[in-house]
Design a protein. Structure first.
Length: 233
């Protein structure tokens, strides 16, 4: 069952090593079927070279129950579930420890928009979450990782900024499909790489008062997204 979704999620997971975004078995991608009320996600601890489409684990969105699999779902499954429940329009979620995005996460700061590469995909700063509290770390850590992400989007639109940095951890991205979530992870890493170097040239301490022109940011994001988009349609 759910063969099509499993294949799409498998392909999205395999794109992570292909794009150099993961080391060892790190990283996980999921995709959702809202009508069926389930998501498919990478199994826990299986090497990319051994993984098959049928290994993707089907998990029920409402309660996290695994449906018909001998394999365990990724240990980050509760984070994915919290994101699907709170961001109702998204269709895929991706988590990596890609290097430059993770460096910003470890610093505990968001990535400011510095140029049009950023603006084509992310309408404003890519936020960093608050640090997790001791209680959040000790109880339901993975679900609470989802909660600090949701909290970072109280004042932001998750559809126009489809990425976040979890403080002292790493990035999560999402999109309307598993493939789109991975594409956003690829762009995020490139944006983080460029931002890091831009900020290092700007000031030896880096932090961080450079911002791109708001009009240019508007132009690049809004020509590709939303009701007045015209670019590449
Ligand atoms: Zn992680």
């Amino acid at each position: 069952m759910y063969d099509e979704l499993k294949k799409a999620v498998y392909d999205a997971n395999m794109a992570l090593p292909a794009h150099g975004l993961v080391t060892l078995t790190w990283g996980n991608v999921s995709g959702v079927d809202r009508d069926a009320g389930i998501m498919a996600i990478k199994p826990s601890g299986v090497e990319y070279s051994q993984m098959k489409p049928e290994d993707m684990v089907i998990v029920r969105l409402s309660d996290g129950e695994v449906i018909d699999s001998k394999l365990k779902p990724s240990s980050d499954t509760p984070t994915h579930l919290v994101l699907y429940r709170n961001f109702p329009e998204i269709g895929g979620v991706c988590h990596t420890h890609s290097r430059f995005a993770t460096i910003f996460s470890q610093l505990g700061v968001g990535i400011p928009p510095l140029g049009t590469t950023h603006a084509d995909y992310f309408y404003g700063e890519i936020p960093c979450t608050s640090a997790m509290t001791a209680i959040q770390i000790e109880n339901d850590y993975e679900a609470n990782t989802g909660e600090v992400i949701v909290n970072a989007f109280k004042e932001r639109d998750c559809n126009s900024v489809p990425a976040v940095l979890v403080c002292e951890h790493g990035p999560f991205t999402w999109g309307n499909s598993a493939a789109k979530a991975v594409e956003n992870a690829v762009v995020l890493e490139e944006v983080a790489f460029m931002a890091w170097h831009t900020l290092m040239l700007e000031s030896p301490t880096g932090i961080f008062n450079n911002k791109m022109d708001q009009k240019l940011l508007d132009k690049h994001f809004l020509r590709k997204h939303g009701k007045n988009a015209y670019y590449g349609q």
